[in-house]
Design a protein around this ligand. Structure first.
Ligand code: WTA
Length: 667
């Protein structure tokens, strides 16, 4: 990795005396069934060792326990990280929707599957497993009638409503591949993803409703579809009933279509390795990657982590605050809870609407036992004040954190104020590409340290690698980049239509390893501390963005000659996007231009990617070979002008002072 591209050095592993260790709260065992799935930490160590020494035996047993295969597998795993041809449960056949719905509906049709908590607190409803099966079948039929076949991709662009989950499962029922696009993405981003995935059908809603505000979902889809000639059909769920533009022959109302078809359709028989879904994530170049997951391996990962990390038992009510547009929602709103046959809370709103008590009220109202959210929401709620936490939350025994590092003081607040020292906090580290948790405490089992994701999940063998030498750093008290030494069932199999990119991004960086792209330390007790991305990623409010993608959006503006985007620390959002631009015509340097550029990013990616600040500068700091040195920009923004390091390799070292001047003038 070149100097121009690397993130700033991260803090060293904390000294032992600086860190508190928390044990599982005693009250954890007075809730739920009173027992975790495992006995104790020794039990974890024993199973973990087994999962590393004999992964085939370990995963074969778990897969048969957690999933229902229509045909059993003989080969547990084939392929390797070196060759990028991993396959799991090879001869097995199964269907995802059958595993998530049918088997529970047959046994327990009246059990709650989805608890829909609508944006307005009074508007939600509960869907049982029996109802869910009928709904899934009806939509599956509609899709089939629209010509969707096994192996086709179907795009979902829906808000957080039960129909999003129904759509996921209807698609998998007929053997198609879902490609969910977060409904906060712009029409341009949606268009790119629909085209890349070659989706011929898009499922959407007339409008979305979030935090009391309406979002013109169908309008955004219409805009995108102008440039997607291959999309033949658009299925529209009526969420608010507003008038929406309509393209005859292409657009169909969900409620009208489902009335036409039977309430049961047989699930398509799928091979374990048939693709289950694509999910686009930012890469280090401008173009997002369609990360592909396959059926059995992904489902085993989702169910196994649901069971052991969140300690899900039959009567639990699971509430993941993540959106189905991101991997957290895929795995922990949809697949993990439904595979395990428990109720999943689908929350349409925001933590601040109608007031800052919303999450806590939802937890009380539905007797939630596990709650899972990103630290960015916790920072917001902590700042809003503890007086908003009036709920008892008596059933709460697991509190999860995901998506970004959680600062120790936020962790402690979560523990004391939300969990009332009675719930076990699990800081779960994973990625879109890992499919499910990879480094994480197990609820009820693992002692935790605020800010550390703790220990590897079963089957994950972490390696800390020295980024300079490429050598693995053995033993404890080491710091480097994080990689995994063994394949695991829920790892992504490819980047859609770009397998070479998959190999180059994950498997060819350190031969024989899966490279996470994150820096990490392993402390004196073998606990892992995630430091954040070492590539050009920015993590804003738990959303993973690529600086290259935002730069590409800025350069689309006719005003911009060059752009560089960096992430800087932000108290609320974790990191914030700051953009530096050099204009083609310097006389255009005014507030309107800056506003236009922010708008440009909102339009081309989505509001969540908009820069918090735009600095117009005469030129970017570049090496003689033209590489932008973002490190210098980051240091200037964080006030570390004294320690810019060697700037003599810049083609024009004098530019640094001019940038410093500009940043100071604006602040
Ligand atoms: C970061 C989200 C620290 C990390 C599930 C990773 C975390 C990226 C944690 C993946 C955590 C995720 N502590 N950092 N507990 N969990 N990350 O694909 O940088 O949206 O590589 O998946 O988020 O983001 P993604």
């Amino acid at each position: 990795m070149s100097e121009g591209d690397s993130n700033p050095p991260q803090p060293a592993v904390p000294e032992a005396h600086e860190v508190d260790t928390y044990h599982v709260p005693k009250a954890f065992f007075s809730k739920g069934t009173g027992k975790a799935h495992l006995k104790d930490l020794d039990h974890y160590h024993e199973l973990y060792k087994h999962s590393i020494d004999d992964p085939h035996a370990f995963w074969a047993k778990l897969a048969r326990e957690l999933l229902t295969f229509e045909r059993d597998f003989q080969t547990v795993h084939s392929g390797s990280l070196t060759n990028g041809d991993n396959a799991w449960f090879v001869e097995g056949r199964l269907n995802a929707s059958y595993n998530c719905v049918d088997r529970h509906a047959f046994k327990n049709p009246n059990k709650a599957a989805i608890i829909y908590e609508a944006d307005e607190p009074s508007e939600g409803r509960t869907i049982t497993y029996g109802e869910l099966l009928r709904e899934v079948c009806r939509v599956a039929y509609v899709l089939q009638q629209m010509g969707v076949k096994k192996g086709d991709t179907v795009a979902i662009y829906l808000p957080m409503i039960p129909e999003a989950i129904i759509a996921f499962l209807a698609i998998t029922r007929i053997g198609a591949i879902h490609s969910v696009v977060f409904a906060g993405f712009s029409s341009d981003s949606l268009k790119d993803r629909v085209i890349d995935a070659r989706s011929k059908v898009v499922i959407t809603a007339d409008e979305g409703k979030r935090g009391g505000k309406l979002i013109g979902t169908k309008k955004i889809v219409d805009e995108a579809l102008k440039k997607c000639p291959d999309v033949k059909h658009c299925l529209v769920y009526r969420r608010t009933g507003t008038e929406v533009p309509w393209t005859e022959g292409r657009d169909f109302w969900w409620h009208e279509e489902v009335e036409k078809w039977p309430n049961y359709i047989a699930p398509e028989s799928m091979s374990s390795e048939d693709p289950l879904f694509l999910l686009y994530t930012s890469g280090s170049t401008g173009k997002p990657k369609g990360v592909m997951h396959t059926t059995a391996g992904y489902l085993v990962g989702a169910a196994a982590t649901g069971k052991y990390v969140f300690d899900i038992h039959d009567d639990d009510v699971f509430f993941c605050g993540g959106d189905v547009g991101w991997i957290t929602g895929h795995t922990y709103v949809v697949y993990a809870p439904l595979l395990l046959g428990v109720a999943s809370v689908v929350f349409e709103g925001t933590p601040a609407y109608p007031n800052f008590s919303r999450y806590w009220e939802v937890i009380d109202k539905h007797n939630v036992s596990q709650f899972y959210v990103a630290p960015t929401a916790l920072r917001l709620l902590k700042r809003a004040g503890d007086e908003h936490i009036k709920s008892e939350m008596n059933n709460l025994r697991v509190l999860g954190s995901v998506g970004e590092p959680i600062a120790a003081e936020v962790w402690k607040w979560y523990h004391e104020k939300v969990g009332k020292e009675e719930a076990h906090i699990v800081d779960t580290y994973w990625q879109t590409e890992t499919g499910s948790h990879v480094i994480t405490p197990l609820a009820g089992i693992t002692s935790t340290k605020p800010g550390s994701a703790s220990l590897p999940f079963f089957g994950i063998e972490p390696a800390i690698i020295d980024p300079v030498s490429g050598e693995e750093l053995k033993g404890n008290d080491v710091e480097g980049v994080l990689a995994f030494k063994q394949p695991w069932p829920s790892m992504a199999r490819t980047v859609w239509g770009a397998h070479k990119r998959y190999m180059d991004t994950y498997l060819n960086v350190y031969k024989g390893f899966y490279f996470t792209g994150d820096g990490a330390g392993r402390d004196h007790e073998g606990y892992y501390w995630i430091r954040g991305r070492v590539d050009d990623g920015v993590n804003v409010s738990g959303h993973r963005l690529s600086t290259a993608e935002i730069e590409a959006a800025l350069i689309e503006s006719p005003l911009v000659a060059e752009a560089a985007v960096v992430g800087v620390h932000d108290d609320l959002t974790g990191q914030a996007v700051n953009a530096f631009v050099a204009l083609k015509d310097p006389s255009q340097d005014n507030d309107q231009t800056k506003k236009d550029l922010i708008l440009q990013v909102r339009k081309s990616i989505g509001p969540f990617a908009a820069p918090k600040a735009v600095f117009v500068i005469p030129d970017l700091p570049k090496t003689r070979s033209g590489k932008i040195m973002r490190r210098i920009l980051r240091k200037i923004l964080s006030g570390e002008e004294e320690s810019l390091g060697d700037t003599s390799t810049l083609s024009d070292p004098a530019v640094v002072d001019k940038i410093i001047e500009r940043v100071h003038a604006v602040r």
